[in-house]
Design a binder for this molecule. Structure first.
Ligand code: SF4
Length: 349
């Protein structure tokens, strides 16, 4: 048995791996070779990597596990081509990830936590409560699992699945830094989006120390009263504080933010809401993404009609806001925004 417990190579950031190689008396170049090998599809052991010296291969296999891409335990594919994969983690907890093809684009939507603590009233994941954060290797496992499933790389990766990514910032940061590394996926920052519901400590942290990713903010209501009702996180971090923090972020990063607005029938879909929304965002470099709510059994909200959605968008445009309408993908299989959840998420007996 090795002295250390076996570590998953995908939990190691490029910096940590370089540090480890130095502590083993190896050159930093070895870290690059090791990362490139781990990310090569089909590599399951370092003993297969002939470019590395034999003694180092042995040491690496004693120290590291190269975890396999996640294999779906269940997979459903919608008529629009959206696939929702159920992945089981090593502790038997389950998460969902979604691959969404649209024309020549392919978006992967990954989960960052098992469940979520933030309790948004319109969200199926909220009903699970918070169970635990995902590790960096589990984020990588989802990504590699979806790549293996659809047999191609995505055109964009969004962290908008189960969980609040900014509550799991350590893993999320390592993950995005890892996939952007030339020896990993050589991914680009403008093809990654992190979506937050307004977790202020995380927002401040990524303003101080930016992530190589774009930011989306899930707003969904234009007054503190309504937002606190549908998104309890607003009681802790009210709108004025979040909007001020978003402005700082946009300024520091010199970047526009996507503001997501889930339209709920009779709750936040009046023309007056659109006017307030445009006013609220006037001084924030942003574009609004309207998302008609996807029905979830047992959650007492409804989708507004297409006509109301169109009126809302028209009102925003009239007020000078930038607004687009997100076409719902995967709603029929419970893979659309806010629909991800596992009923049997607890540890198997
Ligand atoms: S919408 Fe996002 S932040 Fe809110 S409960 Fe669902 S997963 Fe959590």
């Amino acid at each position: 048995m090795s002295a250390n417990p076996v570590q998953d190579i995908f939990n190691y950031s490029p910096r940590q791996l370089t540090g480890l190689m130095q502590s083993w008396g190896e050159t930093p170049f070895r870290a690059k070779q090791i990362m490139a090998a781990a990310w090569t599809p089909g590599t399951s052991l370092f003993s297969q990597v002939s470019m590395l010296p034999l003694a180092l291969r042995k040491k690496l296999d004693d120290f590291f596990l190269i975890s396999k891409p996640f294999m779906p335990k269940n997979l459903v594919t919608s008529t629009d081509g959206t696939s929702k994969a159920l992945f089981e983690l090593s502790d038997k907890l389950q998460i969902e990830s979604v691959a969404i093809p649209f024309r020549n684009r392919l978006t992967f939507c990954l989960s960052s936590q098992v469940g979520c603590s933030l309790g948004c009233r319109f969200c199926a994941t909220a009903r699970m409560g918070f169970i635990r954060n995902l590790t960096t290797a589990e984020l990588v496992g989802q990504l590699r699992g979806l790549i293996a499933l659809v047999k191609r790389l995505p055109t964009s990766i969004v962290l908008m699945g189960m969980g609040e990514p900014l509550q799991n910032l350590d893993s999320v940061r390592s993950f995005v830094e890892l996939i952007h590394h030339p020896q990993a996926l050589n991914w680009s920052a403008n093809k990654t989006t992190i979506s937050t519901s307004g977790w202020l400590p995380g927002l401040e942290a990524i303003t101080q120390n930016p992530l190589p990713a774009k930011l989306a903010f899930s707003l969904n209501a234009v007054t503190d009263g309504m937002r606190s009702q549908i998104m309890p996180v607003n009681r802790r971090y009210p709108l004025a504080d979040i909007l001020a923090a978003l402005k700082k972020y946009a300024q520091a990063k010199q970047e526009s933010i996507t503001v997501e607005y889930v339209l709920l029938k009779g709750v936040n879909d009046r023309p007056e809401d659109a006017r307030i929304l445009a006013r609220l965002l006037k001084s924030l470099p942003s574009k609004i993404n309207l998302i008609p709510w996807n029905e979830v059994a047992g959650i007492p909200f409804h989708s507004p009609s297409a006509e109301i959605v169109q009126q809302f968008k028209t009102e925003l445009l009239k007020q000078g806001a930038l607004a687009t309408l997100r076409l719902s993908r995967g709603a029929a299989i419970g893979a659309a925004c806010g629909q991800l959840a596992r009923q049997h998420h607890r540890r198997a007996a």
